[in-house]
Design a protein around this ligand. Sequence first.
Ligand SMILES: [Zn+2]
Length: 394
Amino acid sequence: MVLEKDLKNIKIPNRKLIDLWRKVKNNNVISEHYKTLSEEYSYNQVLKGDFESKSSRIVNCIKFWKINEYEIQKTKDVKSVSFCHDKFCSQCQNKLSIKRYTVYTPLLKEQEKDYDIYHVVFTIKNPKFGSLKTALDKMYDKFGYIAGYLNGNRKVAGIDFKKYGFGGGIKSLEITINNKKEYHPHFHCLFLFKKNLLFDKTIKNTFSSSKANGYRLFNEFEILLQRVWYLVYNDIEVNKFNVENLEVVKKFIGDYEDVNNINSDGYSVIMDKISGVEDKNFKEVFKYTLKSNFKQIANNYEIFKELYFALKGTRVLQTYGKIKQIKDEELDDIINKQTDNYYFAKLKELGKVEEYKEEYNTIKQVKEDASSGAFTFISRNSILKEVFTEVKKK
Ligand SMILES: [Zn+2]
């Protein structure tokens, strides 16, 4: 007998099923955007076909459900749902972010015995509309240098990166859009550094009172990262002189508005020790790239198109050092393992009473069954029950 408390591991709450449509409500518009793309690229059969199928997949997200129905026991076992897995579907991206959080959190926690975990954010100068792809390609390319300095594969005479005891971690991309026709791409990282680093924040600079950061002071390590990130991003040699005299470098490359007032600040980098896996900064790293902009993207075809091509082929989540990369396709298996005992015990129990009947339900029907409470929905895919949990917006 599968107990009620164990059943909750495989049960999909009815209220979640009723609310499902909310997260796909922009999908119609995105589907139209893909259609427009397919028309623009009609001279290229491969691209045209690709955009047409994306257009139909995203509009059909969650609409069709393959179900094994146990009629007498009023139970529906959800075998699969027509998820679209599109980058612009907030439903599917939300689901992916919960899966990543679920799988990577224990891996990071395991490292806490040897390291402290820090939330580190790397920003660049906001690229204007039309120049996102160039900026992203560069961010990805140049971040390799930062990882290299941290893990000791790259060295700079006179600067000791080793003392911070970098152990690796996770990096993910987020892009927001501001009202000055600019993108704001940034990397959120959860990085492991050696325990009890002394981090007095006493230094004030131009990033101390920014809208995103609030008012804050920085420590030496943050200042170092800000300057090194600026140098590598701008293809300038990282050496002790350039790090310590960034104003000279800026003057040399003409990056200033007033020649009499050039500061030595790099690009914004902030780092804060996280308090635990419930910390909002911890969760931030697993959220989806476009989390706060689905509406803006739906309302603006040009933004959609630019984001589509800029994000094509980018690896949103990347791991370093002690944290090993797990393919998105493998996340389900890892999560299912935790609840398979309950699932198969329940199936055995159901099977003793009756044979199931295979059927296809539309989302409308699922919603009706959930509203009336006529059926209990279960699934092996344990994450299904979580899929419909809102990830809190910041
Ligand atoms: Zn979807």
